[in-house]
Ligand binder design. Structure first.
Ligand SMILES: [Zn+2]
Length: 217
Protein backbone atom coordinates (compact mmCIF):
# COMPACT_ATOMS: atom_id res chain seq x y z
CA UNK A 1 0.00 0.00 0.00
CA UNK A 2 1.19 3.49 -0.75
CA UNK A 3 2.03 5.12 2.59
CA UNK A 4 1.96 8.54 0.93
CA UNK A 5 -0.68 10.79 -0.57
CA UNK A 6 0.44 11.85 -4.04
CA UNK A 7 -0.70 15.38 -4.88
CA UNK A 8 -0.21 16.74 -8.39
CA UNK A 9 -1.10 19.86 -10.37
CA UNK A 10 -1.51 22.24 -7.48
CA UNK A 11 -0.50 24.44 -10.40
CA UNK A 12 -2.71 23.76 -13.40
CA UNK A 13 0.06 24.02 -16.00
CA UNK A 14 2.17 21.30 -14.35
CA UNK A 15 0.43 18.21 -15.65
CA UNK A 16 3.20 15.79 -16.70
CA UNK A 17 3.43 14.19 -13.24
CA UNK A 18 -0.38 13.75 -13.21
CA UNK A 19 -0.26 11.99 -16.58
CA UNK A 20 2.66 9.77 -15.59
CA UNK A 21 0.98 8.63 -12.38
CA UNK A 22 -2.37 8.08 -14.12
CA UNK A 23 -0.67 6.05 -16.82
CA UNK A 24 0.64 3.60 -14.23
CA UNK A 25 -2.52 3.52 -12.16
CA UNK A 26 -1.18 5.32 -9.09
CA UNK A 27 -3.85 7.09 -7.13
CA UNK A 28 -3.36 10.82 -6.82
CA UNK A 29 -5.18 13.98 -5.89
CA UNK A 30 -5.27 16.56 -8.68
CA UNK A 31 -4.79 19.83 -6.83
CA UNK A 32 -6.31 22.42 -9.13
CA UNK A 33 -8.66 20.77 -11.65
CA UNK A 34 -10.13 24.05 -12.87
CA UNK A 35 -6.70 25.49 -13.68
CA UNK A 36 -5.76 22.19 -15.37
CA UNK A 37 -8.81 22.44 -17.60
CA UNK A 38 -7.75 25.96 -18.64
CA UNK A 39 -4.04 25.09 -18.89
CA UNK A 40 -3.10 27.92 -16.52
CA UNK A 41 -1.09 28.05 -13.29
CA UNK A 42 -4.09 29.25 -11.31
CA UNK A 43 -7.50 30.87 -11.75
CA UNK A 44 -7.39 33.62 -9.12
CA UNK A 45 -4.52 32.95 -6.73
CA UNK A 46 -1.55 30.59 -6.38
CA UNK A 47 -3.16 27.51 -4.78
CA UNK A 48 0.14 26.58 -3.20
CA UNK A 49 0.07 29.89 -1.35
CA UNK A 50 -3.57 29.52 -0.30
CA UNK A 51 -3.49 26.90 2.46
CA UNK A 52 -4.55 28.30 5.81
CA UNK A 53 -5.97 31.49 4.29
CA UNK A 54 -9.54 32.63 4.78
CA UNK A 55 -10.38 34.29 1.46
CA UNK A 56 -13.05 33.20 -0.99
CA UNK A 57 -11.15 32.92 -4.25
CA UNK A 58 -11.48 29.62 -6.10
CA UNK A 59 -8.04 28.51 -4.90
CA UNK A 60 -8.62 29.45 -1.27
CA UNK A 61 -11.83 27.43 -1.25
CA UNK A 62 -10.07 24.57 -3.00
CA UNK A 63 -7.23 24.69 -0.45
CA UNK A 64 -9.74 24.26 2.38
CA UNK A 65 -11.35 21.40 0.49
CA UNK A 66 -7.95 19.70 -0.02
CA UNK A 67 -7.19 19.97 3.69
CA UNK A 68 -10.47 18.16 4.35
CA UNK A 69 -9.62 15.46 1.78
CA UNK A 70 -6.00 14.92 2.88
CA UNK A 71 -5.94 13.48 6.40
CA UNK A 72 -4.03 15.50 8.99
CA UNK A 73 -1.72 12.56 9.74
CA UNK A 74 -0.95 11.93 6.04
CA UNK A 75 2.48 12.41 4.51
CA UNK A 76 2.23 14.04 1.09
CA UNK A 77 4.48 13.97 -1.92
CA UNK A 78 3.56 17.08 -3.86
CA UNK A 79 4.70 16.91 -7.51
CA UNK A 80 5.64 20.08 -9.44
CA UNK A 81 7.36 21.24 -12.60
CA UNK A 82 8.90 24.65 -13.13
CA UNK A 83 9.91 27.29 -15.66
CA UNK A 84 13.27 27.75 -14.08
CA UNK A 85 15.49 24.84 -14.91
CA UNK A 86 16.02 21.21 -15.60
CA UNK A 87 17.60 20.07 -12.34
CA UNK A 88 15.20 18.15 -10.14
CA UNK A 89 15.16 18.98 -6.44
CA UNK A 90 13.06 18.50 -3.35
CA UNK A 91 11.74 21.18 -1.00
CA UNK A 92 11.19 20.69 2.70
CA UNK A 93 10.02 23.14 5.34
CA UNK A 94 11.27 21.04 8.24
CA UNK A 95 14.47 19.04 8.70
CA UNK A 96 12.23 16.11 9.66
CA UNK A 97 11.58 15.38 5.98
CA UNK A 98 15.12 15.62 4.60
CA UNK A 99 15.43 11.86 5.01
CA UNK A 100 12.23 11.29 3.05
CA UNK A 101 13.39 13.57 0.23
CA UNK A 102 16.71 11.73 0.15
CA UNK A 103 14.99 8.34 0.07
CA UNK A 104 12.96 9.41 -2.97
CA UNK A 105 16.23 9.77 -4.88
CA UNK A 106 16.84 13.53 -4.79
CA UNK A 107 20.44 14.66 -4.56
CA UNK A 108 19.47 18.32 -4.14
CA UNK A 109 17.26 19.10 -1.16
CA UNK A 110 16.23 22.65 -0.37
CA UNK A 111 15.19 23.61 3.11
CA UNK A 112 12.95 26.67 2.79
CA UNK A 113 13.86 28.54 5.90
CA UNK A 114 12.92 31.75 4.18
CA UNK A 115 9.27 31.09 3.50
CA UNK A 116 8.39 32.27 -0.01
CA UNK A 117 4.77 31.15 0.34
CA UNK A 118 4.18 32.94 3.63
CA UNK A 119 3.45 29.68 5.42
CA UNK A 120 0.57 28.94 3.05
CA UNK A 121 2.04 26.12 0.97
CA UNK A 122 0.58 22.63 1.23
CA UNK A 123 3.68 21.34 3.05
CA UNK A 124 3.25 24.05 5.68
CA UNK A 125 -0.05 22.35 6.54
CA UNK A 126 0.68 18.68 5.94
CA UNK A 127 3.77 16.57 6.54
CA UNK A 128 5.82 15.75 3.49
CA UNK A 129 7.86 17.14 0.64
CA UNK A 130 7.29 19.18 -2.51
CA UNK A 131 9.31 18.04 -5.47
CA UNK A 132 10.38 19.87 -8.61
CA UNK A 133 10.94 17.43 -11.46
CA UNK A 134 12.12 19.67 -14.32
CA UNK A 135 10.54 22.10 -16.73
CA UNK A 136 6.85 21.96 -17.67
CA UNK A 137 7.68 20.50 -21.06
CA UNK A 138 10.70 18.32 -20.26
CA UNK A 139 9.89 14.78 -21.47
CA UNK A 140 12.12 13.39 -18.69
CA UNK A 141 9.58 14.56 -16.10
CA UNK A 142 7.39 11.59 -17.01
CA UNK A 143 10.01 8.94 -16.16
CA UNK A 144 11.31 10.89 -13.17
CA UNK A 145 7.81 10.99 -11.71
CA UNK A 146 7.55 7.24 -12.01
CA UNK A 147 10.97 6.66 -10.44
CA UNK A 148 9.94 8.79 -7.45
CA UNK A 149 6.63 6.93 -7.16
CA UNK A 150 8.41 3.57 -7.26
CA UNK A 151 10.93 4.66 -4.64
CA UNK A 152 8.13 5.92 -2.42
CA UNK A 153 6.69 2.41 -2.40
CA UNK A 154 9.98 0.56 -1.81
CA UNK A 155 10.52 -0.30 1.81
CA UNK A 156 14.30 -0.66 1.52
CA UNK A 157 15.75 2.67 0.45
CA UNK A 158 19.14 2.96 -1.13
CA UNK A 159 21.44 5.62 0.22
CA UNK A 160 23.23 8.08 -2.08
CA UNK A 161 25.09 11.37 -1.70
CA UNK A 162 23.03 14.53 -1.56
CA UNK A 163 23.40 18.23 -0.96
CA UNK A 164 21.24 20.04 1.55
CA UNK A 165 20.66 23.74 0.88
CA UNK A 166 19.04 26.30 3.11
CA UNK A 167 17.23 29.22 1.53
CA UNK A 168 17.90 32.39 3.51
CA UNK A 169 16.92 35.29 1.25
CA UNK A 170 15.57 36.30 -2.13
CA UNK A 171 17.69 37.53 -5.04
CA UNK A 172 16.78 41.14 -5.70
CA UNK A 173 19.42 41.94 -8.33
CA UNK A 174 19.21 40.90 -11.93
CA UNK A 175 22.11 38.69 -12.99
CA UNK A 176 23.04 35.58 -14.85
CA UNK A 177 22.49 32.95 -12.24
CA UNK A 178 22.74 29.22 -12.64
CA UNK A 179 20.67 27.17 -10.25
CA UNK A 180 22.72 25.31 -7.64
CA UNK A 181 26.02 26.74 -8.97
CA UNK A 182 27.89 28.94 -6.48
CA UNK A 183 27.47 32.63 -7.36
CA UNK A 184 29.96 35.19 -6.13
CA UNK A 185 28.67 38.75 -5.66
CA UNK A 186 31.43 40.83 -4.08
CA UNK A 187 31.74 39.63 -0.49
CA UNK A 188 28.68 37.48 -0.68
CA UNK A 189 28.40 34.07 -2.26
CA UNK A 190 25.30 31.95 -2.52
CA UNK A 191 23.65 29.14 -4.44
CA UNK A 192 20.75 30.38 -6.61
CA UNK A 193 17.52 28.37 -6.50
CA UNK A 194 14.54 28.94 -8.83
CA UNK A 195 16.49 31.65 -10.64
CA UNK A 196 15.94 32.68 -14.23
CA UNK A 197 12.42 32.44 -15.55
CA UNK A 198 10.12 31.72 -12.65
CA UNK A 199 6.61 32.45 -11.48
CA UNK A 200 7.65 34.82 -8.72
CA UNK A 201 8.30 38.53 -8.41
CA UNK A 202 11.97 38.12 -7.66
CA UNK A 203 15.00 36.82 -9.53
CA UNK A 204 15.36 33.67 -7.48
CA UNK A 205 16.30 32.53 -4.01
CA UNK A 206 19.65 32.64 -2.21
CA UNK A 207 20.71 29.45 -0.50
CA UNK A 208 23.70 28.24 1.46
CA UNK A 209 24.99 24.70 1.42
CA UNK A 210 24.59 22.93 4.77
CA UNK A 211 26.46 19.71 4.12
CA UNK A 212 29.19 18.28 1.98
CA UNK A 213 28.46 16.53 -1.28
CA UNK A 214 29.06 13.25 0.57
CA UNK A 215 25.94 13.89 2.57
CA UNK A 216 27.45 14.42 6.02
CA UNK A 217 25.45 16.97 7.89
ZN1 LIG B 1 4.21 24.15 -9.04
Amino acid sequence: MNPFVFVTALHGNEVLPSLALANQGYSQIIGNPRAVSRKVRFIEKDLNASFGTSGNSYEEKRARELLRIIPQEATVIDFHTTLSGKLPFAIVVSHDFVELAHSLGFNKIVYMKHNIKGGNALINHRNGVSIELGTHTDPQVFSRTLRVAQRALESKKKSHPYQLFEVYDIITKKGSYKNFALFQDGEESFYPVLSGKNSYEFFGLKARLLNTAEGNL
